[in-house]
Every structure is written in C-alpha cells, then in structure tokens.
Design a protein around this ligand. Structure first.
Ligand SMILES: Nc1nc2c(ncn2[C@@H]2O[C@H](COP(=O)(O)OP(=O)(O)O)[C@@H](O)[C@H]2O)c(=O)[nH]1
Ligand SMILES: [Mg+2]
Length: 397
C-alpha cells in the first residue's frame, strides 16, 4: 500500500481521527513511513500553541490538563494532549475518577488525547514527541499540551518543543520545594501551585516566590498561579495568560524547530559516510538529534552481529548533528562508547543525542542507542566537543 493511500494528507489536514491516530503510531514506532508523513505535513506546521506541563508525579498535572481542556474548548479551540508519562491516567492505568473526568471529553472531535511510551530514554521526552507535535499542529489542533513527569532532563528538553512551560508545584512538598532545581527555575514560564484548596498551598506559593529571586534572568519574573481543579478556580485566568503568550512563544519566535530540522537534514545528506551506512535523521531540535539505522549486511561483523564500529558511527552521527545544530561548527575531541547488548541483522536502531552542557568553547553530549521495536538499551555514547569560532557554510555552498 502506498503512503498516499495510507496517510492521505487531506485527511490529516482535516484532522481525521483514524488517519491521525495511525500516523502517530507510525511516528512512535520509527516506522519507515515517517519521512513521508513528515514531508506531507512540513508546510502546515507552526500554527499551534504548544504548552508543556511538567512536575512531580501525583502533582495534579493530568487533573489540571482535564480542566484546561474544558476551558480551551469553551473558547472554541481544539486541543490535543500528548502525555509522556508512564503513570499518566491518559496511558490507560486510570483510576476511576480520572476515567470519568476524561470521559467527559469522549466523543468530542475537538479533543485528542494520546500517550507516548517514554521508552526510558534519558531525555524524558519520547523521541517521537517533536514529530507528533507537528502532526497535531498540521491536523488543525490549536493547542497542544505535552505532559511530562519532572525528572530534570525532561523539563530541560521540553524547552526545545514548547512555547510555554508550566511547572507544577503541589502543596506539601514542604522543604522539598528546594528540590526544584535551579535549571527548572530558569526554564519555567509560569509556576502553577495546584491543589490550592489544601492548607499548605500558601506556604508553597511564598516559598516559590522567594526562590524566584534567585533566578539569573531578572528581567522576566514568571507568574505563580494557584489553581483548584475541582472548582475550576483560576483556570480561566491561567488560560487567558497562556493565550496571551501566543506571540511570544519560543517555538514561533525563532521558528527553530523547523529550521534546525532543515539544517540537520542538509548536513546528514551531505555526509558521505552517514549516507553510505544508510543513516536517517528522524527528529531534530536545538541541541538534540535522533538518527536511525537498519542493520544490514554491510554492518555485520565476523560473528554475524552488528559491528561495534557501525554502532559508534550511528551514535557519533547523532551526536555530531546535535552539537552542530546551532549553526556553529563543533567537532568531537573525545568519545566513549559502551555497548550492553548484541544486535542482530535486520534490526532498527535509534540513536538519540542530547546536550548535557554547552559553554563558549566546550560541549558535552550523551547518546542513547536503543532498539526501535521495544526501546531496549543497546549502547551509550558520551562525547566532548570543541566549538570552533566558525559558522557552518550556508546552504548551497
Ligand atoms: N485536593 C485536590 N486534589 C487534587 C487537585 N488536582 C488533583 N488532585 C488529586 O491529586 C492526585 C494526583 O493527580 P494527577 O492529576 O493524576 O497527578 P499527575 O501525576 O501530576 O498527573 C489525584 O488523586 C487528584 O484527584 C486539586 O485541585 N485539589
Ligand atoms: Mg499524570
């Protein structure tokens, strides 16, 4: 069956649920058809407002999202939710109350809820998340809400995809509020104290406000909002505020998601070695890249398994794209590979590279190489790169 009949672009653009659902599955599985879907939707993205909701498990994220959905719907906006949280009620392990709440939106064509298995990759966000965001955007959803469980790296990674980042702080964290790491303090566009009906919420709010004085960027002070999901208290105000950010969201401002992908596609196309090995870029954002490879005869060693050098090349290519994604030339000066399991011919491997740190001269990057079919860990690569005082050549030169 051809792509044209499987994922008709008109059906995606009009938000046909079955086509969209099948396309998400194809993207999530790193399916061969990923490139066809991507090229079909490429001209139709960048319109939606992407809201990241992150915070500790049990913090009230899913409940907050349920009431946000209702508020957005009452304003005529179409909402898609992407939950990257193994414990999320959206993933099916719903307790009764959640099921009833979510049930209210069932049958509403303007709401689409989809969970993505987190697949254990360190970045927290599923590697397919960027593509799935684009897909829902092209399918005409106005607001895309991405729920991730707070794990440090997940919050940082969400900055690459979202226009607006909400960090959830339920009351009762007590002194643990100190656990909100400096990095999270910097990336939050707003803090939401959920469960504000609970007695501890005033204390949580004042602790948060005190912590905000520690931010390095003092020009913008993120608002702290207190919400009660059960009564809908402050929900309209929160939605007003999210909508007011339409023009300031980073995804729109820099148009970066698309331009980074374009840049990295060009780099991998121009890389003779990567082409020789059959490497394909499947996702890209500033500081991160995901590349896949199907293990073929040319990758096989004398033991009939995938050659370690092929795995290194796959990981190194992802790393090289991630560190060059800013347009400044970066080159590997030290790389260490550890392999934890053997790979058979015919398997698809996925390498996801992400930034650990980056200063003016030096960058540190990690790569996880996993099996596409089940996310099983295959290898890890850690590399240090040197950043040159030079930009990548412009297109066509
Ligand atoms: N008292 C109170 N409980 C809430 C509120 N919002 C959520 N909860 C409860 O907090 C628990 C965790 O909520 P959930 O949305 O699943 O958290 P998540 O893991 O962050 O997605 C559930 O038992 C909710 O009923 C609220 O506004 N007030
Ligand atoms: Mg949840």
């Amino acid at each position: 069956m051809s792509t044209v009949t499987e994922f008709p672009i008109e059906d995606i653009l009009r938000g046909d649920r079955r086509t969209v659902a099948r396309a998400v599955t194809a993207l999530e599985n790193g399916d061969e058809r990923i490139h066809d879907i991507r090229s079909a939707i490429a001209g139709h993205v960048g319109r939606a407002q992407v809201v990241g909701v992150t915070g500790p498990p049990g913090g009230g994220k899913s409940t907050l999202i349920s009431v946000l959905i209702k508020e957005f719907r009452s304003r005529g906006l179409k909402v898609a939710v992407i939950a990257v949280d193994p414990s999320s009620p959206f993933t099916g392990g719903a307790v009764l109350g959640d099921r009833i709440r979510m049930g209210e939106t069932q049958g509403d064509e303007g709401v689409f809820i989809r969970s993505l298995a987190s697949r254990g990759h360190l970045g927290g966000l599923n590697i397919a998340a960027a593509d799935v965001i684009d897909l829902f955007d092209a399918a005409g959803f106005d607001v895309l809400i991405v729920e991730t469980v707070g794990s440090g790296q997940a919050e940082v990674e969400i900055t690459r995809y979202a226009d607006t980042r909400l960090v959830i702080c339920p009351p009762g964290l007590g002194d643990d509020i100190q656990a909100i790491k400096a990095g999270i303090l910097e990336i939050a566009d707003a803090f939401v104290v959920t469960k504000a009906d609970l007695p501890d919420s005033a204390r949580t709010e004042s602790q948060l406000r005190a912590m905000l004085t520690l931010r390095t960027d003092k020009t913008i002070v993120p608002p702290v909002m207190k919400t009660v999901a059960s009564t809908g208290e402050r929900i309209p105000e929160l939605v007003d505020w999210i909508c007011s950010r339409e023009k300031t969201g980073t995804r729109h401002q820099s148009g970066s998601a698309q331009s980074v992908r374009k840049l990295l596609s060009r780099l991998i196309q121009a890389d003779g070695f990567a082409q020789q090995l059959g490497l394909e870029l499947i996702a890209a954002s500033q500081g991160s890249a995901t590349v896949r490879m199907r293990v073929q005869d040319m990758h096989i060693n004398f033991n009939g398994r995938c050659h370690g050098g092929a795995i290194f090349s796959l990981g190194d290519t992802a790393l090289g794209l991630a560190c060059n994604s800013y347009g400044q030339i970066a080159t590997l000066v030290d790389g260490q590979l550890s392999i934890t399991s053997a790979v058979e011919p015919g398997e698809w491997l996925v390498a996801h590279a992400f930034e650990v740190s980056r200063s003016r001269k030096i960058g540190s990057y990690r790569v996880n190489v996993t099996r596409a079919k089940n996310g099983g860990h295959v290898a890890g690569l850690h590399g240090t790169v040197y950043l040159l005082d030079k930009s990548l050549p412009a297109e066509g030169t």
